[in-house]
Design a protein around this ligand. Structure first.
Ligand code: PEP
Length: 252
């Protein structure tokens, strides 16, 4: 079986000023400087990325953004392009987060374009998928997530697909304190992997799948023990140095 390198990604959402980001980066590096068996990334607001570049560019902690426009430049007022993220030392970018799908009405066609452009530029997309509570209660969670994965990755060939990271985030578990049980999360991640196998054949075994939704230092170990869960996308618990560093230690 292919060994996939674990990844823990923090998603700060709309939190932290530049100074707060600097304080975090300094404290966090001290605590996780010896972690070489897990990839770590902090996905910050655009306005904090220049500070993270100064503090983390030379460190083992990677820098990520939370969105990107699917054109490299042009008349797109208020948007930020992939080359701009590369300039700020980003290696990852979160795409298709459920909050953007809901509040900014991003659809799968638009997200698929972003994923494609990110890969062309050499950024690693963390593609978020996940069902809401109504779909889960109707027994339609897997069918829904499968169709998101198929639509969002539609434009990619096998060499691009192997670089993608998928984050399975049930919407009902994000920021609510309700985590999917490790078994339910495994079942969904395994379903996602079989969908990937339908698209990409054996390359599916190389693609990292993260779980996201109220992940904390206290529940990460159970999640990581599942065969198809390769890490986590972490919101609230990534905001505090002590908790995020502990979560990473417990993930090992
Ligand atoms: C997220 O922001 O993607 C997330 C999963 O948030 P939380 O960990 O706070 O549920």
């Amino acid at each position: 079986m292919t060994k996939r390198r674990p990844l823990i990604a923090g998603n700060w959402k709309m939190h932290k000023t530049a100074q707060e980001a600097r304080d975090f980066a300094m404290g966090f590096q001290e605590k996780v400087g010896d972690v070489t068996d897990i990839d770590m990334v902090v996905c910050a607001p655009f306005t904090a990325l220049h500070v993270l570049k100064e503090e983390l560019e030379e460190s083992i902690v990677h820098i990520g953004a939370q969105n990107m426009y699917p054109e490299v430049k042009g008349a797109y007022t208020g948007e930020v392009s992939g080359p701009m993220l590369l300039d700020l030392a980003c290696t990852y970018v979160v795409l298709g987060h459920s909050e953007r799908r809901e509040y900014l009405k991003e659809d799968d066609g638009f997200i698929a374009k972003k994923v494609k452009v990110a890969l062309e530029l050499g950024l690693i997309p963390i593609l978020c998928v996940g069902e809401n509570l109504a779909l889960r209660e109707d027994g339609k969670a897997l069918a829904f997530v499968r169709s998101q994965v198929e639509k969002d990755l539609m434009e990619l060939g096998p060499d691009e697909l192997r670089k993608v990271v998928i984050a399975y985030e049930p919407i009902w578990a994000i920021g609510t304190g309700k985590t999917a049980s490790a078994q339910d999360a495994q079942e969904m991640c395994s379903g996602i992997r079989s969908t990937l196998a339908g698209i990409a054949g054996s390359v599916a075994q190389e693609i990292r799948i993260l779980y996201g939704g109220s992940v904390k230092s206290g529940n990460i170990a159970d999640l990581m023990a599942q065969p198809d869960i390769d890490g986590a996308l972490v919101g609230g618990a990534s905001l505090e140095v002590q908790e995020f560093a502990q979560l990473i230690q417990n993930a090992r």
